[in-house]
Each structure stands twice: as C-alpha cells, then as structure tokens.
Design a protein around this ligand. Sequence first.
Ligand SMILES: Cc1cc2nc3c(=O)[nH]c(=O)nc-3n(C[C@H](O)[C@H](O)[C@H](O)COP(=O)(O)OP(=O)(O)OC[C@H]3O[C@@H](n4cnc5c(N)ncnc54)[C@H](O)[C@@H]3O)c2cc1C
Length: 409
Amino acid sequence: MDTEGDAMDIDLDLTLTDEMLAIRESCHRFAEEVMRPLAAKLDRMDPEAVIAKDSPLWEGLEKYKALGLVGMPECYGDDLSPAQRTLMHSIVCEELAWGDVGLFITYALYNMAPGIAKAYGRPDLVEFFRQRNEICCLALTEPNHGSDMVAFPDASFRDPKGRSDLRARRDGDDFILNGQKAAWVSTGTIAGSGIVFATYENSKQGRADGAVFLMPFDLPGVSRGKPLDKLGQRTLNQGEIFFDNVRVPRQFFLMDGPDVYPHVLGATLRDANIAMGQQFIGVARAAYEHALAYAKERVQGGVPIIQHQAVKLRLFNMFSKLTAARSHVRRIAMANAAKEGGVPFPYAATAKIVSTQTCLDIAHEAITLFGGYGLCREYPVEKLFRDARASLIEDGENTMLALMSVSHF
Ligand SMILES: Cc1cc2nc3c(=O)[nH]c(=O)nc-3n(C[C@H](O)[C@H](O)[C@H](O)COP(=O)(O)OP(=O)(O)OC[C@H]3O[C@@H](n4cnc5c(N)ncnc54)[C@H](O)[C@@H]3O)c2cc1C
C-alpha cells in the first residue's frame, strides 16, 4: 500500500514554488521565535506600557522589518503570478497570525499607506508616505457609529438627519476636520498616518455624503486618546483620534460625494473582511495544534486522552472545520484579487464570518480539551480564545455583516 499521502504534514498547496516555501518557512520561524514569546509578554502588560518607548513591541517591529515583508503583498517578488501572490499572502497571514494576530495586524500596518495610495492611483502620495516609514491605521468607526458604518447599503445611511462624529468642510483648496474617531481604531494610539472617513457638515444625504483622506497625523489639531484596555488581542493597541479644526491640504484628499463615498466604504470593508478571514485561520490552527499536542500528552483513564473515542471525534471536527474554513477563505481571496472591482460584499463577509466563527469554535473546544488547565494563563489556549472572541466584532460585528450582506441579494 502506498502510504506516502498519510503523513499529516502533507502540503495541499502543491503549486508552491521553492521561493514560496522559503517565505512560508521564514514566516513560521519568525512567528515561533519572535512573535509568540513577545505576545505572551505583551498580553499581560497594561495597554499604556505596550506602546511605551521602552516596550518590547518596538524591538519586535525592527525584527519584522528585517523579515522583508513590509509592503505585503507587493514584497513577495516579481516572479509570482497574481494567483500565486494571493495564495502567498493567505499563507503569510496564516503563519504570522499563528504567531500572534494582534502583533501581526500591528506590524502589517507598518508602511501600509504607500500601498493604499497606489490602490487609489496616487503616485505622489506613494512617495510622500514611503519616506515617512510609519504605522498606518484605518479610521472608520466613531463613538456613536459602529455598526452604522457597516450599514452603508442601508437607507439610514442616507438619512438627511444623520450626523457623523467626524465632520469635514471645504475651505478653499483645503479641508477642515472636526470631531473624532472611536477608541476602536487599531493602532490609533501610535499610527503616524491613516485612511480617514469623514462626513460633510452640510450633507443633505446624511452620512453618505462624505470624503476620504489619506493623511499624516502630525498636522496641528490631531490628538489621541488613552489606549483601550480590552479582553483579547491585547497586543493590538487601540485608541481614539481627535480632530480639532485640523486643516488638511488637498494633497491628502482621495475622493468624496454621496455616489462614491458609500462604495469606497464598502470596498474598504470588503478587503478588510477578507484580510480578517485570512488571519483568523492562523489563530484557529494554533488552537487546534495546541489541543492536539495536549491530547497526546495528557493521561486520564490510564491512557493519553487522544485514545478516548470522544476526544478523537472532537479533534477530527476541529481539523475538519479548520480545513474547510481555510479553503473557503483562500477561494474568496483569490476571486477578490482576480475580479476587476473585487467580489461582491457578501462573499467577503462569508470569508470573515466563517473564519472567525470557526476560530472561536476551535478555541472554545481547545479549552475544553485542556480541561481546567484550559482556563489558566500558563497555558496558551485561553489567550487564543480571547483573541478569537474579539474577532467576531472586529471590522464589523458578524450579525451586522450578515444583515448588510442580505441587502445585496
Ligand atoms: C479588535 C477590534 C479591532 C477593531 N479595529 C478597528 C479599526 O482598525 N478601525 C475601525 O474603524 N474600527 C475598528 N473596530 C471597530 C469595529 O468595526 C466595531 O466595533 C464594530 O463595527 C461594531 O461597532 P460597535 O462596537 O460600535 O457596536 P454597535 O454598533 O454599538 O453594536 C452593538 C450590537 O448591536 C447590534 N446592532 C447594531 N446595529 C444593528 C442593526 N442595525 N441591526 C441589527 N443589529 C444591530 C450589533 O450587531 C452588536 O451586536 C475594531 C473592533 C475590534 C473589536
């Protein structure tokens, strides 16, 4: 009998080139040797200390830069086809989020602004932000508008009485911004720049008449709130951004108007949802692998618990859910990259919802398989469970994403 295919490290991605395998390997090593120990430390620290000047977060960032992945997915080399590049990106996201998802998001936002500028066809801004070498952020959510921002297809979005917490007005060639973004903006405390969504003060179409800026945050009038102290993904720092009569030169304006703004918002959420899907496969895999290793070690009833039939079935269910979710997410990511204008929003929502829900289910099951130790901080699965729990709300609460998807049907 040919048993070659029986090994569990079988690679389903049979098309990976030597170069792609090498990138995967170096990501895995970085995740294991740098991200996991660093995340275990940062997870227990006060959020203020996580971003302090002497925090090990910054040493980790320097090591991430040395990995050569800044500006992903452009950085994977010129030899890859578009499909290979997208597959490579899914693999990189999985490996690094397997290390720690909060750190991955933080580090992936480093020098993200030039990529955004390129996507918007703005070579001048590519150059401007490339020289700044800083962490970027996506400033969308507002204190009074969380799910409301996800509800871009909803009639309420165009309600003339609707008012945004961050408002823009034109002043000659410039724009004046007043108001704030919510404490939920990832890296809002440390980002040097951000893609910022604001609604016009005199809008007759509620929150639909807005403008998008890719702007530096060292303009006069920008200030930050205190870092958020939250349940999971504690390595990902978050906080408010305040705008007090901030004069934004036209150079940093990307687009505006009620016909375009909701679509740009939708496209941003679509890509963010696919990225979330790619990342949380890595967290799910980490939880599954910890559970499997523990089940082989932990002896109850005189045998390792993996020998009990119920445990075998539970491990298989975890493996099966993980494999199915990974395939789904990669399929959607591939289609989104290949299709002009991207996939319709509901497909992207499935990538995020399937991945994050699978991740939570697997992390939950991993805790059960660890028994009481699953609840202890000395063991890794309680952190993964907390990280997974946050993902169901991140970049659109899953129920809300589902509801907004149906409005496209
Ligand atoms: C870890 C993390 C990272 C994040 N990163 C970012 C970021 O980088 N940038 C950014 O801009 N935002 C970010 N967010 C914010 C995130 O997108 C919002 O938290 C999310 O959209 C939900 O908004 P909310 O928290 O205000 O909840 P609410 O909108 O107040 O929702 C509360 C509850 O009411 C339900 N609900 C609300 N409206 C409806 C409706 N119309 N129909 C049915 N149910 C409804 C929701 O489903 C939810 O269960 C992040 C959030 C988390 C948790």
